[in-house]
Design a protein around this ligand. Structure first.
Ligand SMILES: O=c1ccn([C@@H]2O[C@H](COP(=O)(O)O)[C@@H](O)[C@H]2O)c(=O)[nH]1
Length: 272
């Protein structure tokens, strides 16, 4: 899916919500554990209930890898289900990959060609040749970690290099890379006020913003500093939506949480 098509979906659905599929066998309703594929059953129920309120889903790959072969099968079934039943949905593999070039190429093939995700998150630490192999894929996005939502973001990302914050240097440098038009960036909702400066460097780029909900970030603050006339935001919430309830009507409750966020987003879009 192109960024233009994603923007069209955002205005059509009046939502820039991304629902995170951080599916954990220890947190899903226990009655699902007797199903053949509990992870897929849970994801399918969440997707069917929430899809009208969001434009994207973001499975965090760690939750699937942790289950070995079964986890990969559940991930594949989930992405195939999205492609077949909800082709208008944008998909993000939150995998935080990046390695020497020929290895990065294999990661890119895995997530873009084999699994067919629209985008994958990538760590910038190994530099240009570790990211460019992802950028070669047409109509696929590489979402570079810029300023993350966790406390540890201050360990390195805000260190000064030649009087400039490292995360700003990463963003500026990445704009020079081949096919940089295929880049998006991760900026944590917990650091919303930084978005004002970030928008000076990348006024048009899409930002994936995790950290609203369980991590305490505010949607209002994110919009105040980060929204553009074309929106340019995908705001993720995982646990606050998918684990809102562990009873048999968990999907209904998740839908209510997603709808509440969508309503707030529609209000923000009205202001544009
Ligand atoms: O800076 C980052 C980058 C990625 N994440 C991921 O987003 C979700 C957030 O989940 P919540 O339950 O809504 O807190 C999760 O998959 C993280 O690994 C992030 O939080 N911050």
């Amino acid at each position: 899916m192109t960024a233009q098509e994603l923007t069209e979906q955002i205005f059509k659905k009046k939502s820039f919500l991304c629902v995170g599929l951080d599916t954990d066998l220890d947190r899903i309703p226990t009655y699902l554990l007797s199903e053949k594929d509990p992870v897929f059953s849970f994801n399918k129920a969440i997707i069917d209930a929430t899809h009208e309120y969001c434009v994207a889903y973001k499975p965090n790959i760690a939750f699937y890898e942790a289950l070995g072969v079964d986890g990969w099968k559940s991930l594949k079934k989930t992405i195939d289900y999205l492609h077949s039943d909800y082709p208008e949905i944008y998909t993000i593999a939150d995998a935080k990959r990046g390695d020497i070039g020929n290895t990065s190429r294999m990661y890119a093939k895995a997530f873009f060609d084999d699994l067919g995700f629209d985008s994958v998150t990538v760590a910038p630490y190994m530099g240009k040749d570790s990211v460019e192999p992802f950028l070669e894929f047409n109509n696929k996005h590489t979402i570079l970690l810029a300023l993350t939502s966790n406390e540890g973001a201050f360990d390195f990302q805000t260190l000064k290099t030649n009087d400039e914050d490292l995360y700003k240097k990463v963003i500026k440098t990445s704009k020079e890379w081949n096919n940089s038009e295929n880049l998006m960036y991760v900026v944590g909702a917990t650091k919303a006020e930084y978005l004002a400066d970030i928008r000076k460097i990348i006024p048009e780029s899409f930002l994936l913003v995790p950290g609203v909900g369980a991590q305490g970030g505010s949607l209002e603050e994110v919009c105040k500093y980060g929204i553009t006339k074309n929106v340019g935001l995908l705001v993720n919430s995982s646990r606050k939506i998918i684990y809102a309830s562990d009873s048999s009507n968990f999907a209904e409750i998740a839908a209510a949480k997603a709808e509440a966020m969508q309503v707030q987003m529609a209000e923000e879009l009205e202001k544009l």
